[in-house]
Design a protein around this ligand. Structure first.
Ligand code: FES
Ligand SMILES: [Fe+2]
Length: 421
């Protein structure tokens, strides 16, 4: 845990002053204040995180009635469960009596959630089953005391939640990804491995690192050997254009190289970003692995290796990097002001056998290795940014463009949702 000095003078007025200063210095890294303020952190949870669409799990992880998984965001815990009728539900893991968490296990199967405190019982869809001895309270209505529900949608087997009852539509924005994303048949894919990396830095530093590849050439030797994203567009245009030209024919998927970009302030609805593009691997490399050679059978309908990788964004905090033989999902979640969980999920085709069709160690090597390199660099970033002597520098206009989009959305959201004072 990274401890930071508490700002005893923090206030809405101070936040307003800081936002004004940011407006006067656009296209620069953020002021340290935004990574250190508890007031800002709380506002972010209210106005950004809990109003955004967030990946929860893949449907196949909870296939049976009674299956459930917890999802931890900030200080909160959500339950994603499958009820007896096969439907999926998302709800707050907070008892409607005096607020105990009704479930502690991270995943499992059960018929009901029984609160450990006074024994209230909830069905897997969150509705109340029984509240012990509450019949003595004449106007107690069990139907009004179910676990609080959270919005949930499923797209190609990927389950997303949003804690805002008025959340913007997400399935519409995701539909723009159908042609290229559909090729992987994610509905029938399986989770070959998933891992949570707990990083001791503010969530924005962790996300900002993912949103730019300026650092790839210097921080990720193994990744940079394979992926063209580390170079300026004009330098790698011949490699990328050649891949785009052959992509549909080689993969057998019409529209494999579709590009679509409506993210952050430009998203169709708040917290409903959707993005896809296909970028090239250097000649001779087929997939994102240690040596660039396949590590699993081709996914879905894909017929061959075009030397490309599909890049996706789904909501503000969820990303996918899809190679012809496996897909890698990234999700960033704040836990505290100085702690962030990065979850990486590796998907392979549903009928692939571990140890036969793929080796988990080979499958995860590149992105496990790259994420450890990122952790190292993010920790150094956090150390410098938390210094009172840090003076923010300018963003690179091409490499850090998406990062700029994120920061604009971030600042705009704070500005338009300042608490009254
Ligand atoms: S807090 Fe859950 S039954 Fe009392
Ligand atoms: Fe990185």
């Amino acid at each position: 845990m990274n401890l930071i000095a508490t700002d005893v003078d923090d206030s809405i007025e101070k936040l307003e002053r800081k936002l004004l200063a940011e407006a006067k210095r656009p296209n620069h890294a953020l002021d340290p204040y935004f990574y250190r303020s508890h007031l800002v952190h709380d506002l972010e949870l209210d106005q950004l995180i809990f109003k955004s669409w967030i990946y929860a799990l893949h449907e196949s992880e909870i296939p049976q009635p009674g299956d459930f998984q917890l999802l931890e965001i900030g200080e909160d815990s959500l339950i994603i469960a499958r009820s007896a009728d096969g439907k999926l539900h998302a709800m707050h893991n907070i008892c409607r009596h005096r607020g105990a968490a009704v479930c502690e296990e991270p995943c499992g199967n059960r018929a009901t959630f029984v609160c450990p405190y006074h024994g209230w019982v909830y069905n897997m869809d969150g509705s109340m089953k029984a509240a012990r001895e509450m019949h003595v309270l004449p106007d107690f209505d069990p139907a009004a005391h179910g676990l609080k529900k959270v919005k949930l949608v499923t797209y190609m087997g990927l389950v997303f939640i949003n804690c805002d009852a008025n959340a913007a539509d997400f399935l519409g924005p995701l539909e723009h990804l159908r042609k290229p994303l559909g090729a992987y048949q994610l509905e029938d894919a399986k989770v070959a491995h998933k891992q949570t990396y707990r990083i001791n830095a503010n969530w924005k530093l962790v996300l900002e690192n993912y949103l730019e590849c300026y650092h790839c050439a210097t921080s990720h030797r193994a990744y940079a050997k394979l992926h063209t994203l580390k170079d300026l567009e004009e330098r790698v245009a011949p490699v990328v254009n050649a891949m785009l030209e052959r992509s549909d024919a080689v993969t057998g998927i019409e529209g494999m190289s579709t590009a679509y970009r409506r993210i952050y302030l430009d998203a169709e609805g708040f917290g409903a970003c959707s993005y896809t593009s296909r970028y090239g691997l250097f000649d001779g490399y087929l997939t994102g692995s240690r040596d660039g050679q396949p590590v699993a059978p081709l996914m879905g309908n894909i017929k061959g290796y075009d030397g490309g990788a599909g890049d996706y964004q789904m909501g503000p905090l969820t990303f996918m990097l899809n190679y012809p033989d496996h897909c890698v999902l990234y999700r960033f979640l704040p836990r505290t002001l100085t702690t962030t969980d990065v979850e990486i999920v590796w998907f392979v085709r549903g009928d692939a056998e571990p140890g036969v069709d793929y080796q988990v160690d080979d499958l995860i090597w590149l992105w496990d290795h790259t994420t450890q390199e990122d952790e190292y660099i993010i920790m150094r970033n956090s150390k410098g940014v938390n210094s009172r002597f840090f003076e923010p520098g300018p963003y690179h206009p091409e490499f850090e463009e998406t990062l700029k989009d994120f920061v604009h959305w971030y600042l705009h959201t704070l500005e338009t949702n300042l608490p009254k004072h």
